[in-house]
Ligand binder design. Sequence first.
Ligand code: NZQ
Ligand code: ZN
Length: 404
Amino acid sequence: MIRSLCNISGGDYIDNFTFYSPTCFVFGKDTESQCGSLIRRFGGSKVLVHYGGGSVVRSGLLDRVKKSLEEEEIPYFLLGGVKPNPRSGLVYEGISLCRKEGIDFILAVGGGSVIDSSKAIAAGTVYDGDFWDFYSGKRIEKALPVGTILTISAAGSEGSPDSVITLEDGMLKRGASGDAIRPKFSILNPALTQTLPPHQTAAGITDIMAHLYERYLTNTKEVEVTDRLIEALLLTMIHEGPRVIANPDNYEARANIMWAGMMAHNNSCGVGRSQDWNSHNIEHELSALYDCAHGAGLAVTMPAVFSYVMEHDVMRFAQAAVRVWGCQMDFAHPEVTAKAGIEALRNFLISIGMPRNFEELGAREEDIPELVHMLCRSGGRDGSISGFVTLDEKDCEKIYRLMV
Ligand code: NZQ
Ligand code: ZN
């Protein structure tokens, strides 16, 4: 068995950390019927029910949510229409509604986009300035409480302190963070994900794997516990992904994916170690410009970024190749093993129906200068992005060209 292939040289060892993850997770069949009582338990008395483009109406979930609120005699307002890659316009609308009606709790019913829009409204409602300040670097310290009913395993927003919104003026896609926006509760019923189209299921699987890889790519040494947790979750996705693509009604596979998706991004496997996030930053410009699914963008982005930065720590990539993808270790040529692991990831993502290049994603080579500009120069960035490796504009351009 290969043990600790990487971490063999000196460097920074495990960082001090505080891990605060107060979300109450309620997992399993029919658990959405508890949303009314959970809102009461967490102090809500007037609720904004926020949802997306209609899947929760068609599935009957929204009616079940209303019933649960009515049983608890909790007044509520509905605000639907959140688009994937959620926009600032609806956030402003939600903030006005919450202030006007004295709403004190936000219930997100949907995927990462609905949850992120809810978090933005929650923070913006109790803030005197423009909510976009939080997406320009200001940390969120205060927010209305948010609860979620998750309908897609993907973004991990149900357990994360993060929110990603696109500013319609310039289509800038940026993130904000703060423990104040971690959900008070998240209802995870795997059966709710059975109505997902295959492309969305696969995009979700890809996003979960990206959250794991972004943490795996670290410059911190001696992080065996979190390495092993990440590897276990990646192995779970490799096992369950094809099962759920073959049989969308497979409740058990959906259940394992749902919990893995939460664990991948509530940072329990990312504590004490530096993390990457360059693939996410590079991808966000793709989903901002082409409105593609975030996970589909990541399927094209990750292999390109990993190939580009592999030499920075070949042994880390080789370790993933051996432990996660079952590749044979070539001690004389570890770069061969490292590359084989990246290829295995690429082939896995293609096998579940994800795009392999710009063309399949719907992106255009001629837009690369604009993508690089948006990534490196707009929205307050100074010309480079940092993570596992610091990448300047030229690096980012080369990475986008690897995706063509
Ligand atoms: O809008 P509806 O009609 O509900 O349809 C949605 C949407 O079209 C559909 N869908 C969701 N659940 C369904 C369903 N269709 C049928 N049955 C169901 N059960 O799926 C589509 C995608 O939904 P979306 O919420 O956009 O997906 P996802 O959860 O992947 O969220 C993506 C957003 O999250 C951000 C991404 O950048 C992107 O904007 N992220 C948020 C993070 C966070 N807050 O921590 C971290 C992530 O890295 C990510 O960046
Ligand atoms: Zn993501």
